[in-house]
Design a protein around this ligand. Structure first.
Ligand code: PMP
Length: 370
């Protein structure tokens, strides 16, 4: 017999369900006022004009006004959510913004997992923060490894999912393997799993595959994560986006710190929110990725290079630690990734600029037999 799926409210951690959230000054009044004397701010305006220059030519592209930095920012980021909603074809209430997608991930654990009781399912090898967050929050991890094509093992996922499994994480394209996840398998989980399904699409703008974003209208327990840190090139401003059911986000809003995004981040993101202006840079990264992949494949001491749909390449080396240390000596930092099936420790290389990649290739060419 089919039992109905739990409601979002039933999935929320018990003490959060009964939480009386902090009510900030901007919660209590956010309209227009002549005089703001409610938030203990400094009344003397602190406003900066930032000059945006084209890094290539040094030419001034834009003068950018930061707004009143002596005032707290909008706790619910309404203007920016409206802009992103238009760009993405969703409603503003289907968007939640965090201090990087890492903050959104942290909030999901804090809001939906009872420490010491609940558990999540991770599919290694994958992004390391999921497990770190689970450990921080006292949430058990069930690991259901990806299959040999780095695709979800549906049978094992359904075997592992139990009464207290609150979230299953998919990462697509997956960090560190670089492949996108089969959409049909995610949908199968969305149809049958009782908890939240988190699809982390940090690298989706590098992939030919389409985002699962349109599915948020069909599945109320789906959360899609994207970020300004990768294709948009703004890791420094810390801005992550979650798309999904507004009810999930009402709970996250109750749990998050009142002013989680600062005014500079909000203003800079609004200025740079249109992905199209970044297309040239993404295309350059994709060209360089192909060049790097074929170069690595031809190296005698490289055993395997996995095809990538992200802005990095994972490769299996004969002696990865030695290669890693050698590259460090040359001033080039890559990342060792342990526990890769069929390889052990592999090396993940982020695709850099043409010049940076050339330097990497030159260094690796000199390393004949490590
Ligand atoms: N998800 C994945 C898969 C990542 O690789 C990363 C960062 N490396 C993040 C999320 C975190 O991104 P953000 O900068 O938005 O916190």
């Amino acid at each position: 017999m089919n039992t109905p799926h739990p409601t979002i409210r039933q999935l929320v951690r018990e003490n959060i369900r009964s939480l009386k959230p902090y009510s900030s000054a901007r919660d209590e009044f956010s309209g227009k006022a002549l005089v703001w004397l409610d938030a203990n701010e400094n009344p003397y305006a602190e406003q900066l004009e930032l000059v945006v220059r084209d890094p290539a030519t040094g030419r001034e592209v834009e003068v950018f006004d930061t707004g009143e930095l002596n005032r707290y920012p909008d706790p619910y980021h309404q203007d920016l959510r409206k802009k992103i909603a238009t760009l993405k074809g969703v409603r503003p209430e289907q968007i939640f913004l965090g201090n990087g997608s890492d903050e959104v991930l942290d909030l999901l654990f804090r809001t939906f997992c009872e420490p010491g009781r609940d558990e999540v399912i991770l599919q290694p090898p994958t992004y390391g923060m999921y497990k770190v967050l689970a450990d921080i929050h006292g949430v058990a991890v069930k690991e259901v490894p990806l299959d040999r094509h780095f695709q979800p093992d549906l049978f094992a996922l359904f075997e592992a999912a139990g009464e207290h499994t609150r979230m299953i994480f998919f990462c697509s394209p997956n960090n560190p393997t670089g492949n996108t996840v089969d959409r049909e398998r995610v949908e199968e989980v969305l149809r049958h799993f009782d908890g939240l399904v988190i699809v982390d699409e940090a690298y989706i703008d590098f992939a030919p595959e389409k985002s699962l974003l349109p599915l948020i209208d069909r599945y109320e327990r789906l959360v899609v994560l994207q970020t300004f840190s990768k294709a948009r090139g703004l890791a420094g401003i810390r801005l992550g986006m979650a798309f999904g059911n507004p009810e999930i986000f009402r709970w996250l809003n109750a749990v998050k710190l009142p002013y989680n995004l600062n005014r500079l981040t909000l203003a800079l993101a609004a200025l740079r929110y249109d992905i199209r202006e970044n297309r040239e840079k993404i295309d350059a990264i994709l060209r360089e990725r192909e060049l790097l992949t074929s170069f690595l494949e031809a190296l005698p001491y490289v055993k395997k290079v996995w095809p990538s749909e992200a802005n990095f390449v994972l490769a299996c080396f004969d002696k990865p630690e030695e290669v890693y240390r050698y590259l460090l000596d040359q001033g080039i930092v890559v990342r060792l990734r342990p526990h890769i099936p069929g390889c052990g420790t592999a090396i993940r290389i982020t695709v850099g600029t043409e010049e940076e990649n050339r330097m990497l290739r030159e260094a690796l060419k000199k390393l004949e037999t490590p």
